[in-house]
Design a protein around this ligand. Structure first.
Ligand code: EPZ
Length: 433
């Protein structure tokens, strides 16, 4: 695992329109669920179109520590999890990532018991896991949190049942699917999340021999099977990387064609961009974004899919910071997802926050400044800010960005951005840590 990136910064000289063609990587939030899901099967799985990101390397590291045999080659991974015999994972690496909660569902599904450190991840809100716990309890597990571990035991095995989620949760929907595919009988998840990566995980489970129906709607029905087998699977393109690039294209008044995408996954963003006056043209597996004029203000409310994704709220706020007029943004999913705003204020943005709402008064331009990424999408938002600002922006906290974006500076450079990575000076490091 790399650690030196913690001491790096991205340096951007802004004002260059993004032009040309760029290819999107595989979906992070599908990959971080599909890799732990491999624990459920007895054979070898070949996973393709993985994003080359820190979170994937972290799961690879954890799977190896647990006894799996893996071979990771940038975007493909071969995994044989038959050597995983232990249901306890108390490795500190678990705490670095939110998605490590999928190890609980996968281990519980395979062994009927799991003990995993409580998950970490981006500090964007309280992020409770009560719905995950509710689902596992409904399936017959005793679940408790103690000594920093989440412990789930189903001494009589997991038994399928009906589970109604009180909130639409991506993580709980996927975790319950993982636990239920090998349970006895039928499980129904009502009010399930409909995100593209939920569907991708269900497709992967089915590829291993599971019987999951209805993913992508708000009722998922699972018929438990006795065992799962190995398979080859290719992960869908990353909806959020696609959206970040679309926003960056608009923010730099560029002309960018984004390839290897699923345009229907982008409809909420495409509609908002068009409302701002940005041109969005959909191909079969590409999207072209052009923005000759200054965008106009819009209102955005984040919602579960197919609503506007919370993961694109931060970059969208930055785009709106130089739009004509005042925009209103309401963040309905995570209560602390405005941390990038303090940073873009340093670049000249005029934004006021009131609880879960912010008002963005469009200014003529942003100007470069040293800023700090506090979480993954805040980092992506600051990259967008740096690309559109006059002068030089230096972004510390690159470790957050590397968790979810595959070679972000290489891709942006290939379409005209002036961006590179540098080691922080001793003084910058002192201030950062
Ligand atoms: C997933 O987080 C993603 N992470 C997030 O992406 C994404 O922002 C989020 O879904 C929403 O789309 C991964 O897939 C690894 P949720 P998750 O459970 O599963 C509440 C990124 O930047 N809730 O759908 O943690 C919760 O507090 C990341 O890539 C409960 O109340 O999100 C939130 O308000 C960040 N109880 C809402 O539901 C629970 O048990 C949605 O959360 C679970 C969630």
């Amino acid at each position: 695992m790399r650690t030196e990136h913690m001491r790096e910064k991205l340096v951007i000289k802004g004002g260059k329109p993004l032009k040309g063609n760029v290819t999107v990587s595989g979906a992070k939030n599908a990959a971080v669920a599909i890799l732990p899901a491999v624990i459920l099967c007895e054979g070898r799985c070949e996973i393709d179109n993985l994003p080359n990101i820190e979170d994937v390397r972290l799961i690879d590291y954890l799977l190896c520590k647990m006894g799996a045999k893996t071979q990771l080659n940038s975007t493909t991974m071969s995994i044989d999890a038959s050597g995983v015999t232990e249901h306890i994972v108390d490795n500190d690496a678990v705490k670095l990532m939110r998605a490590s909660y999928y190890l609980i569902g996968a281990l519980l599904g395979r062994f009927g018991k799991a003990e995993v450190c409580l998950p970490g991840g981006c500090a964007i809100g309280l992020r409770p896991i009560d719905q995950h716990v509710k689902g596992m309890k409904a399936l017959g597990a005793e679940v408790k949190a103690e000594f920093g571990m989440l412990k789930a035991y189903a001494p009589n095995g997991l038994i399928g049942t009906d589970i109604y989620l009180d909130v639409v949760s991506v993580g709980a929907t996927i975790n319950i699917m993982l636990a239920a595919v090998l349970a006895q009988g039928k499980t129904t998840i009502v009010n399930s999340a409909k995100e593209p990566h939920v569907v991708d995980v269900a497709n992967f489970l089915n590829c291993m021999g599971a019987k999951v129906k209805g993913a992508g709607t708000d009722v998922i029905r699972i018929s438990g099977v006795e065992k799962l087998h190995g398979c080859s699977y290719s992960i869908i393109p990353d909806q959020i990387e696609t959206g970040t690039l679309m926003i960056a294209a608009a923010a730099t008044r560029g002309d960018l064609t984004i390839e290897n995408v699923i345009p229907t996954h982008m409809e909420a963003l495409s509609a908002k961009l068009m409302e701002m006056g940005v041109r969005v043209e959909e191909g079969d597996d590409s999207i072209r974004v052009t923005c000759p004029n200054r965008p106009t203000h819009v209102s955005i409310k984040t919602l579960p899919y197919p609503g506007f994704p919370t993961d694109l709220q931060q970059p969208a706020t930055v785009l709106l910071s130089t739009a004509e007029g005042a925009s209103i943004i309401v963040e309905n999913i995570f209560e602390s997802r405005f941390k990038h705003i303090n940073e873009i204020r340093r670049m000249g943005a005029n934004v006021s926050i009131d609880g879960r709402m912010c008002v963005v008064e469009g200014v003529e331009r942003l100007t470069g400044a040293p800023v700090r990424a506090t979480d993954l999408r805040a980092g992506a938002a600051l990259v967008v800010a740096g690309l559109m600002a006059d002068g030089q922006t230096e972004i510390s906290g690159v470790k957050y960005i590397d968790r979810g974006y595959d070679h972000i500076e290489g891709k942006l450079k290939s379409v005209g951005a002036d961006i590179h990575r540098e080691k922080m000076s001793d003084a910058e490091e002192y201030e950062f840590f």
